[in-house]
Design a protein around this ligand. Structure first.
Ligand SMILES: [Zn+2]
Ligand SMILES: [Zn+2]
Length: 518
């Protein structure tokens, strides 16, 4: 029926790229050579790049987002307990949080500060029940409801902003605090979950995404299993803070005229003007710990603004909408909040640049090269460290402080890793196609674990270099991938029709027998 119009491989690369995007084909595949040692057959296989950011690869990031949506959906309203230990470990660790959650941070452990700040209210504490599932409620009509929550946490204000996200008064806008808060946002969020569990009295599970507000500050959307009174969530958010027990980083220390230089014999950085060695990271922390009046370098607090919505499992449209909202901007970097460069207003460009300047020069971690600005040697220091050029992505214009994970999932959410969720999706497609007699290659089956009779690995993967004899051109790869994708899609749609004939009217007659593939 379909007639080839133009050979796909004759199309210009940029058009081919657009076409690939239309058909959901990865635009920057990585070529791998697959050798089947049992048959001696070799083939070059394009492996999707797997990018999660749209600017890198729209189809791959779109698929990654869909996977996250599925993960979110599967865990949200669970009504049974999962065995512990499975699922995705996103740094959310329940055990060991009996005491102060700050203890997770090594620098805090060293400074050993139990100095609680006085300006936060004490939180109520309930005995911890051994459950992750929320309570259900029975209505007078006998129906059972299992409500959950959708919560949004924001950071504090740094100064008033316009609707476009830019400061009303850029001169007084607190960029320094905004930058430090963004760099340490995950820590205060972690703290929030610990506090919430303590106050709620059960092992609260969540699927959360970190996204940017118009003012370019990160905020957190979270699907939470079970329901906790709004007042408690509010109280917990108000009382949650993270103290950064680091050497001071509010003002660059003048270490002579020039930057510290690496002293090879000493294996340390030294102030070139005075010849004095910079304190190591550990020495700096010891000094901090010994100082009875030391104050944290920074305190991250959550803002007063808290959005809270109760969501019932059976309200499918509500659930779907919330999941869409939760994952909407996952494919965008913080720096892309205002859109493409030609869509950004001058005020937004200024705001972005100023925030970036702060984020670029502040320390991101104990090992950050920027510590050399503050008279401290970075942890695990070596030659070649230059302030302002720390390689951590938190410092760049795309990330604006948010260099870490954008999705935070608690351990007992869906009980599956992302790879397992992915396999689920692929299995559905494969099963549908197999039903119609179409078999698509299962690359996972060609994994390193498959062996031949004598126990050696059956499939060998090797990289394909551009100059290799069997290396196809980009055009060839893309053209083939698109053709194949179109064929699978067509087959898949046809297979679905065969398995589930469209229902035109409700009837009690027996369903029509499935027609076999013609
Ligand atoms: Zn891709
Ligand atoms: Zn850094």
């Amino acid at each position: 029926m379909t007639r080839p119009v133009t050979r796909l491989s004759d199309i210009a690369p940029d058009v081919l790229r657009d076409l690939a995007v239309c058909h959901g084909v990865c635009v920057r595949p990585v070529l791998s050579r697959l050798t089947d040692t049992a048959t001696g057959q070799t083939s070059v296989v394009p492996i999707p790049c797997g990018a999660t950011q749209e600017r890198r690869c729209p189809p791959c990031s779109g698929r990654a987002r869909k996977l996250r949506m599925q993960q979110c959906r599967e865990g949200w309203h669970r009504d049974d307990e999962l065995p512990e230990g499975g699922g995705e470990d996103q740094g959310d660790e329940l055990a060991g949080h009996e005491g102060e959650g700050d203890e997770t941070d090594e620098s805090v452990r060293r400074v050993r500060s139990t100095r609680r700040r006085q300006d936060v209210p004490d939180l109520p504490r309930l005995p911890m029940e051994n459950r992750t599932v929320g309570r259900s409620f029975t209505a007078p009509n006998g129906r059972t409801y299992r409500p959950s929550m959708f919560v949004t946490l924001t950071l504090d204000s740094y100064g008033r902003v316009h609707r476009d996200g830019t400061p009303v008064d850029p001169a007084s806008y607190d960029y320094h605090r905004a930058a430090l808060d963004a760099l340490h946002f995950p820590k205060v969020v972690d703290r929030f979950w610990q506090n919430l569990r303590r106050c709620a009295g059960y092992k609260v599970q969540y699927f959360a995404t970190v996204e940017a507000q118009r003012r370019l500050a990160p905020h957190l959307h979270a699907a939470v299993r079970g329901v906790i009174p709004r007042q408690v969530v509010k109280q917990v958010a108000a009382a949650t803070y993270h103290q950064l027990w680091w050497p001071a980083c509010d003002r660059p220390v003048s270490v002579g005229e020039a930057l510290p230089v690496w002293d090879e014999p000493a294996g340390r950085y030294v102030d070139p003007a005075t010849g004095v060695l910079l304190p190591t990271w550990d020495e700096a922390l010891d000094e901090l710990g010994a100082d009875p009046v030391a104050r944290p370098a920074h305190v991250v607090k959550l803002g007063r603004q808290l959005d809270y919505q109760g969501i019932i499992a059976s309200a499918e449209d509500q659930v779907g909408k919330a999941i869409g909202y939760l994952t909407k901007y996952l494919v965008k970097d913080v720096g892309d909040t205002y859109g493409e460069p030609d869509e950004i207003t001058p005020a937004q460009a200024r705001h972005l640049t100023t925030l970036h300047e702060h984020v670029r020069w502040l320390p991101c971690s104990p090992a950050c090269w920027n510590w050399l600005r503050f008279g401290v040697q970075p942890k695990n220091a070596e030659a070649g460290m230059v302030p302002g050029q720390c390689p951590a992505k938190a410092h760049d214009r795309h990330h604006l402080g948010l260099g870490g994970r954008r999705v935070l999932v608690s351990r007992q959410w869906s009980g599956k890793t992302l790879t397992e969720h992915k396999a689920d999706r692929a299995a559905v497609v494969r099963a549908t196609l197999a039903e119609a007699g179409v078999e698509i290659p299962d690359l996972d089956r060609c994994s390193a674990t498959a062996t031949t009779d004598d126990g050696t690995p059956r499939f060998l993967w090797s990289p394909v270099a551009p100059g290799d004899d069997d290396a196809p051109t980009y055009r060839r790869v893309m053209a083939d991938s698109i053709t194949e994708k179109v064929r699978w899609r067509t087959e898949y749609e046809r297979a679905k029709q065969l398995i589930r004939p469209p229902i035109h009217h409700r009837s009690t007659t027996k369903p029509e027998p499935a027609i076999s593939a013609a």
